[in-house]
Design a protein around this ligand. Structure first.
Ligand SMILES: Cc1cc2nc3c(=O)[nH]c(=O)nc-3n(C[C@H](O)[C@H](O)[C@H](O)COP(=O)(O)OP(=O)(O)OC[C@H]3O[C@@H](n4cnc5c(N)ncnc54)[C@H](O)[C@@H]3O)c2cc1C
Length: 214
């Protein structure tokens, strides 16, 4: 396993990072830190310092990046991170443009590319678009300091981290499954509610039309 970083999970507590390192070594993995890969030659990966690392198969998992469209639209961006936005999630180059989630880079924060930030930013963007149309003051988005991250380790266990706390094992994996199924149930319920509202509106319309013709 090769990474250009000095450690695994840079935003996790030191203990969690060290525990994962030992677990991977225990599973027979060879870890290469501080090794940015510059290219590939036949069956080798070539590191920036010229070192060749033989590989039969390569799985590239180099992290999320904003779409190239973001960097080509001639607005201010942060390299590899996304469209540069202020605390109201407006482009610093053009206040009519809003961005959140993986394609955005907040000027005062370096947020990891995680769904939890995108989801909360979306609500602020929605409010700010309406506020802009109504010429009202815009809301600021302040990212939460701590968030729960649960990494599935593929052996029915997971590594959970929140702030400086971390724990691993089957319970963490159960928590992740629970969270995913709760989110799916909530999304399903939302769709059903929308359908029921649509049907009741149609019924109301039919009732009104029948009343008028009588
Ligand atoms: C393997 C993996 C696991 C992850 N696990 C977690 C996790 O456990 N917890 C967590 O919080 N986060 C997780 N994330 C991160 C999370 O998925 C992202 O942070 C989140 O989806 C970002 O939402 P977004 O709406 O900004 O972008 P996306 O969800 O990527 O949505 C972007 C949308 O833009 C569309 N699009 C792209 N280009 C164009 C174009 N030219 N024109 C029109 N549409 C376009 C795409 O089709 C897509 O629908 C994970 C990510 C990956 C890849």
């Amino acid at each position: 396993m090769i990474t250009k970083g000095a450690r695994l999970l840079p935003s996790a507590p030191d203990g969690a990072s060290w525990w994962l390192h030992r677990k991977l070594i225990g599973n027979g993995l060879e870890l290469h830190y501080d090794t940015p890969i510059a290219g590939r030659e036949r069956t080798s990966l070539v590191a920036a310092d010229g070192t060749r690392i033989e590989a039969d198969y390569v799985v590239q998992a180099t992290g999320l990046q904003a779409h190239s469209l973001v960097h080509n639209c001639e607005l201010a961006t942060r390299a590899e991170d996304g469209l540069l936005v202020n605390s109201r999630l407006q482009s610093v180059a053009d206040s009519r443009i809003f961005a959140g989630g993986d394609c955005a880079a907040m000027e005062d924060y370096a947020l990891p590319k995680l769904g939890v930030f995108g989801v909360r930013q979306a609500a602020v963007i929605h409010a700010n678009l309406l506020a802009m149309l109504q010429k009202c003051p815009l809301t600021e988005y302040k990212p939460q300091k701590n968030y729960l991250a649960i990494l599935n380790l593929g052996d029915k266990t997971a590594l959970a981290t929140r702030g400086r706390f971390w724990w691993n094992g089957r319970f963490s994996m159960k928590l992740k499954d629970l969270y995913v199924s709760a989110a799916a149930t909530a999304a399903g319920l939302k769709e059903w509610c929308a359908l029921i509202i649509r049907i009741s509106e149609r019924l109301r319309f039919i009732c009104r039309s029948v009343k008028k013709t009588l």
